[in-house]
Write a protein that binds this ligand. Sequence first.
Ligand code: PMP
Length: 305
Amino acid sequence: MAHPAYVYLNDSVVPWDDGKVHVASVGFKFGTGVFEGLRAYWNAEKEQMFVLHLAEHMHRLEYSQKFMRFDDILPGPDVGQRILELLRANEFRENVHIMSTVFVQGLGPPSTTGPIGLSILAAPRRDIPWTETGCTAHISSWQRVPDTAMPMRVKCNANYQNGRLATLQAQADGYDTAILLNSRGKVAEGPGMCLFMVRDGKAVTPPVTSDILESITRQTVMKLCGEYLGMEVVERDIDRSEFAAADEAFFCGTAWEVTPLVSVDRLPVGDGEVGPTVRGLQDVFFDIATGARDDHAEWRTPVYG
Ligand code: PMP
């Protein structure tokens, strides 16, 4: 399989083959790690690559480490610099997905809190097939893990088994992805992305106390709705029965960007076609992410020069 020349492990950029972690480490054995997925967008016209929301992701990475009670907290700005170093080492000139992970490299029982290791991977991104066509989802029979059991607002590796099971079930049942309800029976989010619906001219999304990740893209979409579409955003509980009454719905996240959702449980959302709000959001989102539009320069960190 083709792979980038370099990865980052602990203190340095290393060749791909040297990116190894011991099988006895607590991070490997119990999934004791926290991570951030980021995107960097290549702008051919400007001969520049931009990491989207680097500072915000690094801020959340610090919070995740703190909450998981790691011995040392790697400062976000430090990890951010290492991400840039790795991107430069690989000389990427295309869109990439980045995964930065802080994990317990020490040996011992699940309660081990150190020493801490750092890994960073960056690789050309896979295009999402549903950006244009929209995707289908069902309401999963897997419930979103409640904050009383595992904090879903922390990007802990172990949390991701919940979404993995939901995705696998959705695919086995013939859907593209899943929508998870929380323990109160209200809509939470997708396996790795947040959710909006457009109803009565407003963009509606579940509040951050719905057992969801406090998504950076969700926050961005909320701003874009107001600034560019003149649309009010409402944070409130969403019931599963509302999708059939909505005009549009879409997922959002670093990996999912802005992806239309055209049916839920095989009932069309609106007329089952990709709607004007999501198209408008996609236009402005990609223009800002790639730097095609100069607005919101504070969201983009240039990699080269
Ligand atoms: N929810 C979950 C469970 C996720 O894993 C992600 C991806 N990080 C998101 C939502 C979207 O978050 P963000 O916009 O910060 O990438």
